[in-house]
Design a protein around this ligand. Structure first.
Ligand code: TYC
Length: 107
């Protein structure tokens, strides 16, 4: 007789591998501010406090870093949050007739 043998494992050497979970962390984006010669320092500090939840001291440090280095990081966010921050900061600056530029880059 051939066929099924209850005393063998009957798996033809095949192993069942558990599926790896395919979840990945979403990519993060840095939201950055660029220096310019015209936007008042106080306006930049106000932006950092109001749109990026920085206390005044931290906002002042970051503003001065941008002023001296040319660019600085306001925070890191998922793509849609970063895009929204960039949009509202640029709109707010434009409404106040300042040339301040906000942008984002993938980390
Ligand atoms: N450089 C500006 C000035 O001297 C201040 C400034 C800081 C502007 C940061 C933009 O992202 C900026 N008034």
């Amino acid at each position: 007789m051939s066929g099924f043998d209850p005393f063998k494992d009957n798996d033809d050497g095949l192993a069942v591998q558990e599926a790896k979970p395919k979840l990945k962390m979403p990519p993060l984006y840095k939201v950055i501010l660029l220096n310019d010669d015209f936007t008042p320092m106080d306006f930049v500090i106000e932006i950092l406090m109001n749109f990026f939840a920085m206390p005044e001291e931290k906002a002042t440090q970051v503003m001065l870093q941008i002023h001296t280095q040319g660019v600085g990081v306001c925070g890191t966010y998922t793509k849609d949050v970063a895009e929204t921050k960039v949009y509202i900061v640029n709109e707010y600056s434009r409404e106040h007739h300042h040339p301040l530029l906000c942008s984002m880059e993938e980390m």
